[in-house]
Every structure is written in C-alpha cells, then in structure tokens.
Design a protein around this ligand. Structure first.
Ligand code: AMP
Ligand code: MG
Length: 420
C-alpha cells in the first residue's frame, strides 16, 4: 500500500472552470413545479407552462392597410384616368355588407374588412373624391395595400412554447389571438442576505470602520427585471450561528437564496460552512476573477448561491451564474449571453493562465472602427468601474497576454438584460 501524502504536500487542486460550473448547474437545476393561471395583465415576464396554439388566424380577415378606396384590380387593364362611383363605406369594425362591382369603389378605412368584389386599396392621398365619385390616375395591382388573413399568425400555428418568457411581444401576440389568460410557472421566491460585521444600512449615520451595504441594493435592482417574489433578509453579522439560523429559516420558504460576503476562507467567513452544515455545498471556488469564492449549494429544496462580498464580484456572479439559474428555476430556458468579438484597444502584459478574467470595458467607435478599452483600474470593490463601462471583457483561461488590435470577447450589459 502506498502512503497517501499529507494534504499540505498535495499539489494544489485546480479550481473548476466557469464553463464546467455552468454545465453542472444547467444539468442539475429543475424548474419549480407549480403552475398557475393568470390574466394577461398579471403575466408579464413569467414563463409559460403550456404551449400556445392559434385558435384563429390573425388577422382574421383580409383588410385594408391604409385609409382610401377599395377597388378590383381588373380596372387597371385599361389606361388611366379612372372614374368610379363609391357604393358604400367599410369601417374598421363595421364591414360593408354589400358586394362591390368591377367598375365600382368602396370607401375604406385602415383595418376594415375588404369588401367582397375588391382586392386592392388606393390611398386616399392619390384619389380626388366628389359627390360619391372618385377619380385617379395612379396604377394599382392585386393585393396593393391589402393585409391578408393569417399573414401574422396562421390558424393552429404553434405560436409559443412551454418555457417561453412572456415579454411585451409575446403577451401582445397572445392577446391578438383572443386569449385572455395563460398558464405560467409561479414566480420564484427569492431571498437576499448580506453578511459582514462591517456593514451599515444606507441612510444611517456613518460610524468609523463601517461599510454601507451596497450589495442588497445592487442585487435587488438586478432582480427587478425578473418575475420574482423578493424577500430582503437584511444583513447578518459574521457569526456562524446567526448565518446558519437565517439560511435554514429562509430556505424553508424560498426557492433561491442569494448571500453576499463571507464566502471566502478567512476566519470571519462563515457562509459556505453554514450552507454545508444546514444542507449541501455542491460547488465552491471557481477559476474566475473577480468572484473566485462563489459557492453553490442547497438547503432542502432551496438553491443557495453564495456570492463574494466585493460588489463587482457580486455583480459578475449574478450576471454570469444567477441570471441563467433564475431562468431555468423559473421555468425558462438556460440562457447564454451573446458574446461579441471586438478589437481590443489596450495591451495587457500578463494574465494568469488557467483562470477566466472579466474586465470592465467601454466601446469606442472612431474612423478606424469599433474597439473596446478597459477601465483603468481592475479592483473588484470599484462600483465606479461598472458605472463607467458598457460591458464585460472576457479573457479566457488560455489567454496569457493581449495586444491592442487583437480580437477579444465582449459581453455588453445590454445583452445581459439587467439594469446596470
Ligand atoms: P468578503 O467577501 O466578506 O470577504 O468581503 C469582501 C469585501 O467586500 C470586503 O471589503 C467587504 O467589506 C466588502 N463587502 C462585503 N459585503 C458587502 C456589501 N454588502 N456591500 C458592500 N461591500 C461589501
Ligand atoms: Mg466579510
């Protein structure tokens, strides 16, 4: 039997990469099971739990795209000018019941059903009308200014799938089909907790040595675009028993717990050990910067994410990990932000290999094209770096240096769908 060397002599274990952590989370997280039926005005941002098929075509009838006069295109077989009697009016919502003859016209307004016997609409600007007679010289053709039945959505068309998010366009589409309520996954119950003896509440008088808690406002703002029922647990002192008690209690009534601070390995850091004793810590510490101490675990049925305390690390932890987790847990797809390839407008002499680094970057466009420059300081405590940047520059594990002009990965904040 060979002797196992004591731990302190083992080569340091490489940290898990961001991609491996995302793969593990993607394969283990499951959406909440409960569904509910909601009227459309209470469903914005939620995820459909049942697909939607079109019970009717939209538009339901051929109709006019402009205000004008409906005629049959056969009149254009003869040369202009054209002179036709107006035999009736087709209003939006009030169709013309009678048929229009081949040498006749009907007054028509946008959205009105095309009267039978007509197949095109002349814009009123091109027609002179007097005493129920119109005259014009412009040419028309079949289908001119006519919207076809079913051109937006066909009868029985599969319009939305389970897991689709009900944004403005999706909700409007459901409404256009005449459907008034939808079946959705219930909103996630999410709780946010800050930890740290040094934390003070904004608005309170300053006490020397304290740090105002900016992570809860940060996280609450980031969560505001998600359909979640949010609980603010305030901030906890750096004591194992307090953190554990708060986490255990909150885990019973929430789907997701987000903590910040105390996730590292110092004597004052108790969050990951509290998760470990109240439940399980599945992943901890990743090969990323900022944000190495991030941890993922579970207490009962509640998923727990332990974010580092530095505000920029809490931010990147949220957008890189919690963002897809919220979608998946809430019933939506696993989301992957679109990454742009942009020319670097800066040099980087050295970067540690084996680690994925995120820098804050701003896009500059000039006559040579678009390039990204980095915020001059990299500190993960600097909220100013988030305020004065357009997105995250990603330097992957195998990058060791960078020269201006090379292409880099860039994730604009707009691609992350969160207010920054
Ligand atoms: P920690 O992750 O607890 O080691 O904290 C790292 C750094 O982040 C420390 O400088 C903390 O003071 C700071 N920090 C932790 N939590 C917060 C918070 N909620 N708001 C602002 N800064 C924080
Ligand atoms: Mg701390």
């Amino acid at each position: 039997m060979t002797d196992t060397p004591p731990d302190c002599f083992s080569p340091p274990k490489p940290l898990m990469t961001e991609a491996d952590a995302l793969t593990a989370l993607k394969s283990t997280l499951r959406p909440v099971e409960e569904h509910e039926t909601r009227p459309l005005h209470e469903a914005a941002g939620l995820y459909l739990s049942q697909p939607i098929r079109a019970p009717r075509a939209v538009p339901a009838h051929d109709n006019a795209a402009v205000d004008g006069y409906a005629v049959h295109s056969s009149i254009f077989n003869k040369p202009p000018p054209y002179r036709l009697p107006v035999v009736g009016t087709a209003w939006a919502g009030k169709p013309l019941e009678t048929s229009v003859g081949p040498a006749e016209a009907a007054r028509i307004f946008t959205g009105a059903v095309m009267p039978s016997g007509t197949d095109c609409v002349l814009m009123q600007e091109h027609v002179s009308a007097q005493n129920n007679l119109i005259e014009f010289s412009v040419n028309g053709r079949e289908g001119l200014n006519r919207r076809l039945a079913g051109e937006d959505t066909g009868l029985n068309e599969a319009v939305l799938e389970r897991g689709d998010r009900l944004g403005a366009a999706a909700l409007a589409t459901v409404a256009s089909l005449g459907i008034g309520e939808v079946s959705v996954y219930r909103p996630l119950r999410v709780a946010v907790l800050s930890t740290g003896d040094e934390l003070a509440e904004p608005g309170m008088a300053y006490r020397p040595g304290t740090v105002y808690d900016s992570n809860r406002p940060l996280l609450r703002a980031l969560l505001s675009t998600y359909p979640v029922a949010l609980t603010d647990l305030g901030s906890a002192a750096d004591t194992r028993s307090e953190v554990e008690r708060l986490l255990e209690t909150a885990a019973r009534t929430h789907d997701l717990l987000i903590t910040s601070g105390g996730a590292s390995t110092g004597e004052g850091d108790h969050v990951t050990s509290a998760v470990q004793s109240a439940g399980e810590l599945h992943l901890w510490r990743l090969a990323i910067k900022p944000g190495k101490p991030i941890g993922f675990g579970q207490i009962g049925a509640c998923t727990v994410v332990c974010l580092p305390g530095n505000p920029v690390a809490a931010f990147t932890g949220f957008v890189l990990f919690i963002r897809p987790m919220l979608s998946r847990l809430g019933g939506g797809p696993w989301t992957v932000p679109r990454v742009w390839r942009v020319k670097a407008g800066f040099d980087l002499k050295a970067k540690k290999p084996g680690r994925c680094d995120y820098l804050r970057g701003s896009l500059i466009s000039d006559e040579t094209g678009t390039h990204v420059i980095k915020f001059p300081k990299d500190g993960s405590a600097l909220l100013s770096s988030l305020r004065h940047s357009d997105g995250l520059i990603r330097l992957p594990e195998d990058c060791t240096a960078l020269s201006a002009g090379e292409m880099v990965d860039f994730i604009p904040y707009t691609e992350l769908g969160v207010p920054v």
